[in-house]
Design a protein around this ligand. Structure first.
Ligand SMILES: NC(=O)c1ccc[n+]([C@@H]2O[C@H](COP(=O)([O-])OP(=O)(O)OC[C@H]3O[C@@H](n4cnc5c(N)ncnc54)[C@H](OP(=O)(O)O)[C@@H]3O)[C@@H](O)[C@H]2O)c1
Length: 330
């Protein structure tokens, strides 16, 4: 508990308990028998084979929560991306098109929608067609920014459970901060499946859906703010005569050390800051400049603006396609 914030859930990178419970599914592809039944989201189908899908697939396999045979991926037309996924992860990939989509979705217990927002309506309509034909109602997990659970539900067969997720790019190293919100028909078991899936690539928390824009501004876009800080500290070190590589490494290790310290303590950031600041010392001189130049205000404003932008995109989506009728593909 920090500053009065209570997390509804924190799964974090896959822990011993989960491994014990589900065994190492990664071994399944090589013939070993899993110790317990598959997690409720397997087999899982990815609609979209971009950076987010790639990061999630990589995280799932690395965590041992899924074997390659449990993961199917399809996209629209980029065969090279599919080839690369198949080669890197040995997962099953299927070309876009009705047959490929059916092969991807058939029997899947979870479908992860990972297209760009503007492509989501068509992708959802295509999924609906397949699911109606197959008569299946898998859990649909959307990572599409600014797309509400309602908008997803409206384009799928009635009763389809939907969970909305906002991960970030640190998925690729198993350190995402992901927020989840369940839709109308998502049962606790569906949320549990989503928690498990995103828990394989980092920290997971459940939030009311109206908080998703704030989450997007904070942790969805957050890695970029930290990279800017890293860039600025590196440039500063280099401008003072340090070799740029060394300046970069020192800045990087400093960020890592500060984050690790904050993770290990229950002290607030203000207290941690106070501890490294002695009166009249070097840190105080540096912090004074940050305070004079409005650093903290600027960061707050950045998160606020990104959050507003997320809300705008969602509103735009509502009026321009996510829920529009009549644009079903042939
Ligand atoms: N990157 C982030 O930091 C981040 C964080 C949180 C959430 N997200 C969300 O994640 C989603 C994906 O982002 P991304 O960066 O992975 O995008 P991306 O790299 O552009 O990948 C999008 C994928 O969607 C596929 N696609 C498009 N239309 C399709 C259709 N009708 N059927 C099947 N596949 C289709 C594309 O296929 P082709 O290549 O064949 O066109 C491509 O493989 C976005 O909605 C974004 O808001 C991203």
């Amino acid at each position: 508990m920090l500053g009065g914030v209570a997390f509804t859930l924190g799964v974090g990178p896959v822990g011993a308990a989960e491994r014990e419970r589900y065994g190492s599914m990664g071994r399944e592809a090589t013939g070993a028998v899993p110790r317990t039944p598959l997690p409720a989201f397997l087999p899982v189908a990815f609609v979209g084979a971009g950076s987010m899908a790639r990061a999630l697939v990589g995280g799932l396999l690395a965590a041992g929560f899924a074997g390659p045979a449990d993961v199917r991926v399809t996209n629209r037309s980029d065969r090279e991306r599919l080839r690369s996924m198949a080669e890197t992860f040995k997962v099953r990939t299927y070309r876009g098109g009705a047959r490929g989509r059916a092969a991807t979705l058939r029997g899947a217990r979870a479908v992860v929608l990972a297209t760009k927002p503007q492509d989501a309506p068509v992708a959802l309509d295509q999924c609906r067609e397949v699911l109606e034909t197959l008569g299946e109602r898998p859990l649909v997990i959307s990572v599409v920014a600014g797309l509400s659970t309602r908008a997803v539900e409206d384009r799928l067969p009635p009763g389809t459970p939907v969970v909305r997720a906002m991960p970030n790019t640190s998925c690729q190293v198993g350190r995402s901060a992901t927020a989840l919100a369940g839709g109308r028909w998502a049962a606790e078991s569906d949320l549990e499946a989503a928690r498990l899936l995103f828990g394989s690539v980092g920290f997971v928390v459940e939030v009311p859906e109206e908080q998703m824009d704030a989450v997007t501004g904070l942790s969805g876009s957050g890695p970029a703010y930290i990279y800017l800080m890293l860039e600025a500290m590196t440039e500063a070190g280099a401008s003072l005569g340090l070799p740029p590589d060394l300046a970069y490494r020192l800045a990087l290790e400093t960020l890592r050390g500060a984050v690790s310290t904050a993770l290990l303590t229950s002290e607030s950031p203000a207290e941690l800051k106070r501890r490294v600041t002695s009166p009249g010392g070097t840190t105080m001189a540096g912090l004074a400049v940050l305070e004079e130049s409005g650093f903290k205000r600027a960061v707050i404003e950045a998160v606020r603006r990104a959050s507003e932008r997320s809300a705008q995109l969602a509103a735009h989506g509502r009026t321009s396609g996510y829920r529009a009728e009549g644009d079903r593909p042939a």
